[in-house]
Design a protein around this ligand. Structure first.
Ligand code: NAD
Length: 423
């Protein structure tokens, strides 16, 4: 079967990692395996040019992408990332993981993702707004409340979602709150959305601890990434008795055997834009982060962080994947051989998209829920989905990641089969 256009360019890149995860699941798909090629290619991928007049009068062009990997089970859904290293291939992998994630927790969505190749720290607010508005306009031909619904990801937030919602609404001539999620509350955002991903990471971590007999009280957590997801995860783990022994972000790594003060780290982040110089812990070389002894190692930054070499050194019981795609395929095998449990991204970080789904439902019905109601419903979906994935993995004696892929791919491919091929 020819697959030429979608051959990964880098063997350790995110698209190659995703494809090898698909390879693992095929033996467990029975008759549905005949549709597996569906998982290996996007439904559509859009590349857009974003020309902007910068504050100094120069015209600069940026590259933007929106990939809809699957629309089989519903509209596309997935975040938008602003990062200087964004490529179409990365967005393709991130969109595909959204298909798996949405199906793993049974949301009525396909999978999509977007990105702009830009370093937002080098932009003024005006330039950031211009890029966001032009990008939204360009991808406006394929997004919409019933088509594809973007959300925040790395370096994007509620303010950017507000600009996206406004731009799309101006273009269609009507206020369309449901076109993006992760919006400010005043524009139809949902209570609980900002911390939803971190809350989900914590809930899945807590369930893992319960199943593996690890007491949360005093559990040691090493955390890479202290942004939206990492900081909320740290707060909840620390608030439930765990010790955050090491935190790393793009500015450095800090360590404290008795546990870092999370409120202090938050304060440091707000003041300095990073935690690397935090005085409440010992600064250690970045690479040493991977040698810190922990019960939970939580990557919450970018993909590809757990390489084979690091996987051989890691001293932990559970890798809880808050980031998307943090573990390379070979590293996954090494961790399994070493008896380290890996809780896959598609389950561990699904809290964000679940509350995004709640936001979208609330926007459609123009009826808003309380935060307690949201957190209660979030917990119910997470715990129920995780139970199914855990049991699937146990039944087949496979890794949790493959278990999650079995559950998700069965749903996606069954929908594919039942819809049939057009024409
Ligand atoms: P963010 O931009 O808020 O934070 C990113 C963090 O990663 C920052 O602390 C940054 O300093 C750190 N980082 C960046 N480069 C690094 C490096 N080289 N070494 C160490 N740390 C580095 O992003 P976020 O929204 O918290 O997303 C983090 C991860 O979680 C991403 O993989 C994202 O796809 C995933 N995720 C996010 C959401 C969400 O709702 N925001 C949902 C699901 C998954």
């Amino acid at each position: 079967m020819s697959n030429l256009s979608y051959v990964p360019t880098a063997p350790d890149g995110p698209w190659a990692t995703y494809l090898s995860q698909v390879d693992q699941v095929i033996p467990y798909l029975g008759r549905l395996a005949r549709w597996h090629e569906t998982l290996r290619r996007p439904k559509r991928a859009l590349c857009v040019d974003i020309p902007i007049e910068m504050d100094d009068g120069q015209v600069t062009h940026f590259e933007g992408f929106r990939v809809q990997h699957s629309l089989t089970r519903g509209p596309g859904k997935g975040g938008v990332r602003y990062h200087p290293d964004v490529t179409l291939e990365e967005v393709l992998a991130l969109a595909a993981w959204m298909t798996i994630k949405n199906a793993a927790v049974n949301l009525p969505y396909g999978g999509a993702k977007g990105g702009v190749r830009v370093d937002p720290s080098k932009l003024s607010e005006r330039e950031l707004e211009k890029i966001t508005r032009r990008y939204t306009s360009e991808i406006g031909i394929i997004i919409g409340p019933n088509q594809d619904i973007p959300a925040p990801d790395v370096n994007t937030d509620a303010k950017i979602m507000a600009w996206m919602m406004d731009t799309y609404s101006m273009n269609v001539g009507a206020t369309a709150t449901g076109v993006v999620t992760g919006k400010p509350i005043a524009l139809g955002g949902s209570l609980g959305r900002v911390k939803a991903t971190g809350r989900g990471v914590f809930v899945i971590g807590r369930e893992t601890a319960r199943r593996m007999g690890i007491p949360l009280e005093g559990a040691r957590v090493a955390l890479q990434g202290f942004g939206n997801v990492g900081s909320a995860t740290a707060e909840l783990f620390a608030g439930n008795g765990a010790k955050i022994v090491a935190v790393q972000d793009h500015t450095g790594t800090v360590f404290h055997a008795k546990g870092l003060d999370i409120a202090g780290l938050m304060h440091e982040l707000r003041g300095k834009g990073g935690i690397g110089a935090f005085a409440g812990g010992e600064r250690i070389p970045d690479e040493q982060f991977w040698d810190v002894e922990s019960d939970f190692l939580i990557p919450a930054a970018l993909e590809g962080q757990i390489t084979a070499e690091r996987a051989r050194r890691i001293q932990t019981r559970v890798v809880l994947e808050a980031a998307n795609g943090p573990t390379l395929a070979q590293a996954d095998r090494i961790l399994a051989e070493r008896g380290i449990a890996v809780v896959p991204d598609v389950m561990a970080n699904a809290g964000g998209v679940i509350v995004s789904y709640f936001e979208w439902v609330q926007d459609f019905s123009s009826f808003f829920w309380t935060e307690d109601e949201i957190n209660m419903r979030l917990e119910k979906i997470l715990v129920g989905s995780y139970r199914k994935i855990w049991e699937t993995a146990e039944t087949h004696r496979i890794a949790l990641r493959t278990g999650a892929f079995v559950v998700a791919c069965e749903r996606v491919l069954l929908a594919r089969e039942e819809r049939g091929l057009y024409p």
